[in-house]
Design a protein around this ligand. Structure first.
Ligand code: N0T
Length: 532
């Protein structure tokens, strides 16, 4: 009994993120939407560059493009706005049948002021920077300046007004205010006023929401985390005011992205882009920025354990998981699976255009066919079922995995079923047969492989994956009870939501475990129990 529900009639209410029972859906045109995204390079935000963007979007079957709108570009002279970039971008996006996420590069872009207009950049008297302990200026614009905030907000509101006036069909589905905001190399502003604020009490609102006892920043958060908490609160309040003003004009979903620190060590993470939506201060962002729908991880760490930790940090009942940036090298592509497995509403490799640029070592050295195909193979499978998948994931239990460095088995529990993902194994699942010396599995030592599973009925699980073997069993079998796979169908979901079988997988394809090759498939598995 699959999740049948007819395709919705076109609905022009603005997109939104809906959360229910700890699960989330990005609603676009009135129905759940899975963002199969890609982000262009930073400087591809000019009409002349779009011809390098669309072919890559098509090649990888992306349904959403994330692309910058720079403050310097829309307000080159104070108070004079120019939306010609958006005129072209929206027109071409519609022609290419791609939705947009706009990245508002303004006060903070990777923390710096490089995307502010010249009249901001050259007037640090009027637009003050953070101040170091020795009284010299830091490169980051201060979050404590009303002038900085008002100037950014004014331009952002004009941008949202442009969307309200020119995008009734909601080609733009989400907006990201700022980019990897925060401050590197200085944890708080030492100008006189913020210094006083830091010595004072933590705002009552915040202590209350965190369930802490009142006190100074040091008393409430402790050494090593106090300055981060302080700057986070003030930057989050700053962004919240901008987001709220924009939403008043057009209420699109808004999220902020994080330059991530060590996923296992909060004090070390506190030093990376201090003030941004780092994994250890999501609670502060929630309290400070109610107009920001989600905090989101930018993933540039290739270690599977770290990636899983990041995904777990951001997938919360009060925070929809969205991966707005992940390196575009082929080894990152397998993290699509655990992102979906945690109910992710979107995923986007970064640097996906044919401008020829490479941000190696963060992403791929070259965007060659093999690299593109690592993402395309997954998006190709999900593009036709993006809405059906988003609906399932917003209501059903899900689980996902990606191969780790040790290639060890990983398993998850869905209802009474235990799903196990195995890697680097040939058809029969042998780990140490003599032939393996000469003929190890071709994926051995390669960073590929993963799967996602969604429980669509008590004994029905839909799975997808590549370079993985999947086994099912009862999580807690009663004495004498065992679980088995009764039927495996390969297929897809029709636009009306109904399951469409292409074939039954049986015999060699399922007898010893379900084997996925490098070409992803979608399977519907029916399970049953036996008793002796
Ligand atoms: C990301 C991207 C873009 C020495 C990097 C990651 C994007 C931004 N920043 O290509 O700049 O706009 O969100 C920062 C990771 C820093 C690592 C430095 C290693």
């Amino acid at each position: 009994l699959a999740v049948a529900s007819p395709a919705p009639a076109q609905d022009s209410t603005p997109p939104r993120i809906e959360s229910r029972n700890g699960k989330h859906a990005l609603i676009v045109d009135g129905a759940p939407y899975l963002m199969l995204g890609a982000q262009a390079h930073n400087s591809s935000n000019y009409p002349a560059m779009l011809p390098t963007v669309w072919p890559v979007m098509r090649r990888i079957h992306a349904n959403t493009l994330e692309i910058p709108v720079a403050w310097e570009q829309i307000e080159p002279k104070e108070g004079q706005f120019d939306f010609s970039w958006l005129d072209v971008l929206l027109r071409e996006a519609r022609q290419n049948d791609v939705r947009l996420v706009l990245l508002w590069f303004a006060t903070w872009k990777n923390t710096g002021a490089s995307y502010t207009p010249m009249w901001v950049k050259t007037d640090s008297k009027r637009f003050p920077h953070m101040v170091k302990a020795d009284g010299t200026p830091h490169y980051v614009l201060s979050p404590h300046s009303r002038t900085n905030l008002e100037a950014d907000k004014k331009a952002f509101v004009r941008l949202m007004q442009y969307l309200k006036d020119n995008d009734p069909q909601n080609t733009v589905i989400m907006v990201q205010p700022e980019n990897e905001l925060g401050s590197y190399g200085l944890m708080r502003d030492h100008a006189p006023e913020p210094r006083k604020l830091f010595e004072g009490q933590v705002p009552a609102d915040l202590v209350k929401k965190l369930g802490k006892r009142p006190g100074t920043w040091r008393q409430v958060f402790g050494e090593g985390l106090d300055e981060q908490a302080f700057t986070t609160w003030h930057m989050a309040r700053y962004v919240d005011e901008i987001a709220a003003a924009g939403k008043k004009v057009k209420p699109l979903p808004m999220y902020v992205n994080a330059s991530l620190g060590d996923p296992f060590d909060a004090k070390s993470a506190a030093n990376s882009a201090t003030g941004g939506p780092q994994w250890n201060v999501i609670d502060i962002w929630k309290a400070a920025a109610p107009s920001v729908d989600a905090t989101a991880p930018d993933i540039y760490n290739r270690d599977q354990k770290a990636v899983i930790a990041y995904l777990d940090h951001y997938a919360r009942p009060d925070n929809a998981l969205l991966v707005p940036e992940i390196g575009n090298a082929a080894d990152y592509a397998r993290f699509f699976w655990p992102t979906l497995g945690r109910g992710g509403i979107g995923f986007a490799p970064f640097g996906m255009d044919a401008s020829g640029y490479s941000n190696y070592p963060l992403g791929a050295k070259v965007l060659d066919e093999e690299t593109l195909e690592a993402f395309a193979s997954k998006y190709r499978l999900f593009a036709p079922i993006a809405r059906q998948w988003a609906r399932i994931a917003s209501t059903s239990p899900t689980w996902g995995a990606a191969k780790g460095a040790d290639a060890a088995d990983q398993s998850g529990v869905l209802g009474r079923w235990r799903v196990t993902a195995q890697f680097e194994l040939w058809e029969f699942g042998e780990r140490d047969a003599p032939y393996l010396k000469a003929d190890p599995h071709p994926t051995k030592g390669k960073p590929v492989g993963g799967m996602v599973a969604a429980q669509t009925g008590p004994n029905e699980i839909v799975i997808a994956g590549s370079d993985v073997r999947v086994r099912f069993g009862l999580d807690k079998p009663a004495a004498g009870e065992s679980g088995s796979v009764l039927r495996v169908e390969e297929g897809s979901f029709a636009p009306d939501g109904r399951w469409q079988m292409r074939r039954v997988l049986n015999g060699d394809q399922t007898d010893y475990g379900i084997n996925f090759t490098g070409t992803p498939m979608l399977l519907r598995v029916t399970l049953g129990t036996n008793r002796n």
